[in-house]
Every structure is written in C-alpha cells, then in structure tokens.
Design a protein around this ligand. Structure first.
Ligand SMILES: [Zn+2]
Length: 76
C-alpha cells in the first residue's frame, strides 16, 4: 500500500494520453500496481487515461490483469 518509492521515477512529464506504445511497455508494471492495491494512475497517469479511451489496450490490460491474478507470483 505504501510501496510508492519507485513511482517518483516513473512520474514523468506525461499529461494526456500516453499512447499505445507507452502502454504496452509498462502494462506489466501497471497491472502489478493494481494487484498491490496501488492506484496505477499515480504511476502511469498517461496510460490510465489511454486505457479509458483505447479498447484495444483496455483488452490487453484486462487480459494481463486476469492472468496475473490467476498465476500470481509465477508471472514474475
Ligand atoms: Zn491503445
């Protein structure tokens, strides 16, 4: 819940939509934040915005989250 140390490094100057490519690169980390109970929009605000507006990335995200929940630590 308080494991936010790394997020400062990740909080780059991204306002607005981060785009598909950026989302793909960090989707694993994004999902991991969700699994930890951290709001991923804090670390990846641009991707959070993007996922709202891009059905393709949303589907990728949902699939990854589903897989991560199913396999847990095995995915590391
Ligand atoms: Zn996209």
């Amino acid at each position: 819940m308080t494991d936010l140390r790394c997020l400062d490094e990740l909080l780059r100057a991204e306002d607005g939509d981060a785009g598909c490519t950026a989302g793909e690169e960090i989707l694993d980390a994004y999902v991991e934040l969700e699994l930890r109970g951290v709001d991923p929009a804090r670390g990846y605000p641009g991707t959070a915005i993007h996922l709202e507006s891009c059905p393709g990335c949303r589907a990728d995200h949902d699939g990854l989250l589903e897989a991560a929940r199913r396999f847990g630590d095995a995915a590391r």
